[in-house]
Design a protein around this ligand. Structure first.
Ligand code: NAP
Length: 256
């Protein structure tokens, strides 16, 4: 039976790269995002060309009601969920120095990037455990898309860095809790990836990359992250639960 994979924020950027790779491997998809379905219809049609089912559900992952509606709709439509990819995330609306940044920005970034995925994992994990009890063949996994910002300090977006550091701990917590049930939890940690999120700082990063910021002298592409996620969903890193998979072109390799 095909797996059902939920990719939050799966209709553009890194999430779309993940959706494309998982559809290419024959998994049915549930994609959620803030935009109404009418705005993502073209993307959904392209994904469906891989002969998989694709369901789109507009939600705000920061909202408890939206998260429970999301899982309820998946239950009604597919009756199962194998893979949760917590990809949806946001940069602070205004990059601001840690000396000036506001509590409002902190609260929103933490709600979307950390609280949302943490409690979506909680709800999905409870359902995964029931599915495992019902069928020993059941295969589930959770993948969190964090960022090099989990460890690389950017004082112009402290809230974002803290949210990703928290997501990294959430990965280890859920890995520790779900391990006995055979449900692995991984963290994929991208470097600098060309998406709408980085469009505003493209020139700055172009220059840094040209000057050697990354070992592999190019931007990351959504497909680079998608391929890493596909490896995990295939079960090819079966003895690595709780681990960080770096996809950063060597940006965090210390050099002298
Ligand atoms: P993006 O192009 O801005 O896309 C973000 C996606 O997340 C969109 O699909 C968006 O939905 C969805 N989303 C945002 N807030 C949401 C909310 N409250 N509820 C539901 N969906 C929401 O960003 P990206 O660059 O692909 O980033 C994807 C993930 O990778 C994020 O977690 C980001 O932190 C992480 N990351 C990015 C980079 C990078 O360099 N780009 C590097 C490291 C990590 P709509 O499409 O409906 O707006």
């Amino acid at each position: 039976m095909r797996k059902v994979a939920l990719v939050t924020g799966g209709s553009r950027g890194i999430g779309l790269g993940i959706s494309q790779c998982l559809a290419g491997d024959g998994h049915n998809l549930v994609i959620c995002g803030r935009r109404p379905e009418a705005q993502v219809r073209d993307v959904l049609s392209v994904l469906r060309k891989s002969n998989v089912e694709v369901l789109y559900i507009p939600v705000d992952v920061a909202s408890r009601d939206d998260r429970s509606r999301l899982l309820e709709k998946i239950r009604q439509h597919f009756g199962r969920l194998n893979v949760l990819v917590n990809n949806a995330g946001m940069a602070p609306e205004n990059r601001a120095d840690v000396l000036e940044a506001t509590e409002e920005s902190f609260d929103r970034v933490m709600a979307v990037n950390l609280k949302g995925p943490y409690f979506l994992t909680q709800a999905a994990a409870k359902w995964m455990l029931k599915q495992k009890q019902a069928s020993l063949d059941y295969e589930g996994c959770v993948i969190n898309i964090s960022s090099i910002s989990a460890t690389v300090a950017s004082p112009s977006r402290g809230d974002y860095c803290i949210s990703k550091a928290g997501l990294s701990m959430a990965t280890r917590l859920w890995a520790a809790r779900l391990g006995e049930f055979g449900i692995p939890v991984y963290e994929v940690r991208p470097g600098i990836v060309m998406t709408d999120m980085t469009a505003a700082v493209k020139e700055r990063y172009d220059k840094l990359i040209a000057e050697g910021l990354t070992v592999q002298g190019r931007w990351g592409l959504p497909g680079d992250i998608g391929q890493a996620v596909a490896v995990l969903v295939r079960g090819d890193l079966a003895y690595s639960t709780g681990q960080v998979i770096m996809v950063d072109g060597g940006l965090t390799v210390h050099r002298l």
